[in-house]
Design a protein around this ligand. Structure first.
Ligand code: C5P
Length: 221
């Protein structure tokens, strides 16, 4: 650990993946484990920060010394992030937020009807929380970090996404077939809105988390 360089700071981290319900028993979801977000929360607490961890559907135990807010959907995640970000020095959006949700919610379990094809699932867009909080900062100087997984042209696509989202830092993970079969490659590049490029070699999620906080601390001044 680097030292208590986040003492007196409030940081908000989102983790996990949202679930968008179709009916009381079914949802559209994703495979995010929440481990990277929890590593960010733990390392920030170890560096002295007050941490609000907004956790979407993770099976992980609450980290010690961290305020945990549990949410389910993207809309609930947005509410929790906006509330916590109001007095935050930094916000890190590590959660995998569903881009779309079912347009309709069936209050009773959807049933199959004999001899009939199923109804199509109609989707509507979810709010882009990262873009929203970046465009409308709750505090001057608040540092905002996003995550992105890219399969090709990682740096170019990352740059485009960073500009589109309007955040200060974007952690870009390369995913896909070029990365060898079965191997859990976890290397990333952290792109800065100032043009900086910080490669993070393959390693534990804590190491990436500490690099993110190093870059945040530098921007907090
Ligand atoms: O656009 P894309 O989903 O690749 O962007 C990923 C980043 O944007 C992540 O930091 C994620 O938490 C955030 N995001 C968001 N709201 C959405 C979709 C993504 O805040 N609706």
């Amino acid at each position: 650990v680097t030292g208590p360089d986040l003492a007196g700071r409030h940081v908000v981290v989102s983790a996990g993946g949202t679930r968008e319900p179709l009916d009381p028993v079914r949802f559209l979801g994703n495979r995010s484990s929440g481990k990277q977000g929890y590593a960010l929360a733990r390392t920030a607490a170890a560096r002295g920060a007050r941490v609000t961890l907004i956790s979407a559907n993770t099976g992980l135990p609450d980290p010690a010394g961290v305020d945990v807010v549990r949410v389910g959907t993207a809309v609930q995640l947005r509410e929790a992030v906006l509330k916590a970000a109001a007095d935050a020095d930094a916000v890190v959006m590590a959660a995998a937020v569903a881009d779309f949700r079912p347009a309709a919610y069936a209050t009773g379990k959807i049933k199959k009807k004999d001899g009939q094809e199923p109804d199509p699932i109609v989707l509507v867009r979810n709010p882009d929380i990262l873009a929203e909080i970046s465009a409308d900062r709750a505090r001057p100087g608040q540092v905002i970090v996003g995550f992105a997984a890219e399969t090709d042209d990682v740096l170019a696509n990352g740059r485009t996404k960073l500009a589109r989202k309007g955040c200060d830092l974007l952690v870009v993970n390369e995913v896909g077939e070029r990365k060898t079969f079965g191997a859990e490659e976890n290397e990333a590049v952290v792109l800065g809105a100032d043009g900086s490029e910080t490669p993070v070699p393959h390693g534990p999620k804590e190491a990436l988390a500490d690099t993110v906080w190093d870059l945040v601390v530098r921007r907090l001044g």
